[in-house]
Design a protein. Structure first.
Lengths: 368, 313
């Protein structure tokens, strides 16, 4: 087998899926240590100052993984105009100049370079047959679905559960259990146990909770370290959260053309955004606006936009959001995150936002 | 019979600095009257900054200021949706969403002429843009066609004239100035950088002075094709000029918060370092002080002159 020791960047719970895809194929995987303060410091020191935060965090992840023996990076590519499409090239230059001996395998989007994609997949999987690759894909997909389904349930339970800390413990244990499952049988039993244990929690389903949606750029939305675990904070404040992007939905949309059954697609978000942003502007800019419109139509109480500093598509969305908010009558809050962002500042803004919304709702009820 | 000519306002910002000769010819051939906003001033920039999100880059803020200055003085303010000006490339997300940003943040009395320019598939698709404008202004297809052809000819002549300019290098220091046209040629934004250099007897070479085939050749050396047309121009011209024996140093100008420049600037800087070409990075935003820029510039020029005298260059 090859001497490849593969690592990849962190993005929330993505590592569970990638690990489940690569390990059964006999690939040696080095998962970077969970993103922490040191990761960000290292990344910031070595990356261009005005690069978007995800690139800097990636760099930190790679350097920490290198210490643990990784020698190959698996990255995704893109066709722009969002900068992500060129991350791998910049990272390769910087790491090379710093003396890190990394090989890079970049998976470019299938629409344009399908032949190259197959070659790169084979680079990683070596002699493994396409059948085994397909089976690994299926297994990884099942794990991804379970991770996302679990998280969606946690979003519903958090504001209503009696013992919040016990629920968080359960959630973390659940993720670890999903990660540890090595077969469909094990995964199935993990799933059964999860739902059984979840239904044993004491929950007040009658409780009236504010519903707030999180929209914006995918990395900040999915990575709980970078977004200061905002969904959990909101849950603790008694808010039911929904997120416009889940990794399973993104994979379905971008890798399988939205054809996988039972998964929400973002076509309706694009349509809802048309009156505001006529065309694709890269990243998730158009979807941010579209989702805001949809969430307001679904009766949500507020929308929070999350984005990294200098994220171009989100800047366009951010400038249009106030008018969307005014027209559709839904309060919005834009939170821009960079390496200097402080947790206290975020919490203050969240509390003020929730306060404002609660008061608005209370006044509305008074009038009626 | 003199019917009222349509007044089309062109903001003196962003791609005005690249395409003005083309746009002017096109609209005038359609019997329009062109009104260009005044050169950027403190007032323009202040207006733009007040009416744009903080995070937007400086050139976009300047653009907004110019649109406000044109305001309702004209029948239409030309704000094209520049999706792509070269096959298989984009410019940057802000250009893609520019008319939408303008429409939804500025007073609705300002009439915006937003037409798509999308040459992503083929460069012949410029005809669709011309056609859309023709429809709006109720001009016959033949007239639109003629206007388009003439404007493209004028545009080609303009580019060739710029290339000629670049060949005229006098004795003395030669500096390659790398940056987008809207940063290089807006004298308020860059504090009259080009004039300052020329007053010091320095030859200035910009990406506009480098022939397109050379730019494409050097840009093709990147391990992955760059999908930003303007970024490609900067990299292609910078990589070429780094190897140019007459170029003594490079100044890279970027606007604060420019996404693509943060990446291309990094690649250019690393290459300069690798090949031993001195490089000065200037970052511009609305708070940039003239004194700071002048000091750094003088220090850089001093260093280049010292190097030249030591025959190190």
């Amino acid at each position: 087998m090859s001497r490849m020791k593969i690592t990849f960047p962190h993005m929330g719970n993505m590592y569970i899926t990638v690990k489940a895809l690569l390990e059964p194929l006999g690939v040696k995987v080095v998962i970077p240590p969970k993103t922490n303060k040191a990761t960000i410091t290292k990344g910031v020191q070595t990356s261009p100052e005005f690069a978007c935060l995800p690139l800097k965090v990636n760099m930190g992840n790679f350097m920490e993984a290198y210490k643990e023996g990784a020698n190959t990076i698996l990255m995704a590519g893109g066709i722009g105009p969002c900068r992500f499409g060129y991350y791998a090239q910049i990272q390769r230059e910087i790491l090379g100049d710093l003396g890190y001996e990394f090989d890079m395998v970049v998976l470019e989007p299938p629409e344009k370079h399908i032949g190259e994609l197959f070659v790169n997949i084979k680079k990683v999987t070596g002699q493994t047959s396409w059948l085994r690759i397909y089976q690994a894909l299926k297994f990884a997909w099942q794990k991804l679905l379970l991770v996302d389904t679990l998280e969606k349930e946690i979003f519903r339970y958090r504001p209503r559960v009696k013992d919040f800390d016990a629920l968080e413990k359960f959630y973390n244990k659940g993720l670890a259990a999903i990660d540890a499952a090595q077969s469909y049988k094990e995964l199935s039993s993990v799933r059964k146990n999860l739902w059984r244990e979840l239904s044993s929690f004491e929950v007040d389903w009658e409780k009236q909770c504010l519903k707030i949606a999180l929209v914006g750029e995918i990395y900040v939305l999915l990575d709980d370290y970078i977004n200061f675990d905002i969904a959990r904070k909101l849950g603790r404040m008694g808010v039911e959260v929904d997120r416009s992007i889940f990794l399973s939905e993104w994979v379905n949309e971008h890798l399988f053309k939205g054809l996988l059954p039972g998964i929400k697609s973002s076509n309706h978000a694009h349509l809802a955004a048309r009156p505001w942003i006529k065309t694709f502007i890269g990243g998730h800019g158009q979807e941010t606006v579209g989702h805001t419109v949809l969430y307001s139509q679904e009766g949500y109480d507020g929308v929070i936009q999350l984005a990294p500093f200098t994220c171009m598509p989100e800047i366009v969305a951010q400038s249009i959001l106030p008018k969307v908010s005014a027209l559709h009558g839904i309060p919005t809050l834009s939170i821009i995150v960079d390496e200097h962002s402080g947790e206290a500042g975020l919490v203050t803004r969240l509390e003020a936002f929730i306060d404002l919304i609660s008061r608005k709702n209370y006044q509305r009820r008074e009038v009626i | 019979m003199n019917k009222n000519r349509i007044k089309v306002g062109i903001p003196r910002a962003l791609l005005y600095h690249t395409y003005y000769p083309m746009w002017k010819t096109f609209f005038e051939e359609l019997d329009c009257q062109i009104v260009v906003s005044e050169p950027t001033s403190k007032v323009t920039l202040d207006k733009g900054v007040k009416n744009t999100v903080d995070e937007a880059c400086l050139p976009v803020k300047a653009f907004v200021g110019h649109v406000l200055e044109l305001g309702s003085k004209v029948d239409w303010v030309f704000v094209p949706r520049l999706i792509s000006v070269e096959e298989r490339t984009y410019i940057c997300p802000k250009f893609l969403g520019l008319p939408d940003m303008i429409k939804h943040t500025l007073p609705s009395e300002i009439p915006i002429l937003e037409v798509d320019v999308n040459l992503y598939r083929r460069k012949e698709d410029i005809w669709k843009t011309a056609w859309d404008i023709g429809l709006k202004f109720k001009v016959t297809p033949v007239k639109v066609w003629r206007a388009l052809q003439k404007s493209l000819v004028i545009w080609r002549l303009h580019c060739e004239a710029l290339l000629e300019e670049g060949k005229d290098l006098k004795k003395g220091l030669t500096i390659a100035l790398i940056g987008h046209p809207y940063n290089l040629y807006d004298e308020y934004i860059n504090m009259n950088l080009i004039k300052r250099l020329k007053n010091n007897g320095i030859n200035v070479i910009t990406p506009e002075h480098v022939p397109e085939p050379i730019i494409q050749e050097y840009a093709a050396r990147l391990p992955k094709k760059l999908f930003w047309s303007m970024g490609k121009t900067l990299i292609g011209s910078a990589y070429h000029l780094i190897e140019h024996p007459q170029v003594d140093g490079m100044i890279h100008i970027a606007a604060f918060g420019c996404g693509p420049d943060s990446f291309t600037g990094e690649l250019i800087e690393r290459r300069c370092r690798r090949l031993g070409k001195p490089i000065l990075n200037l970052n511009l935003d609305e708070h940039t002080g003239e004194a700071g820029i002048v000091t750094r510039l003088e220090a850089f020029i001093d260093m280049l002159e010292w190097r030249k005298s030591q025959c190190l260059g």
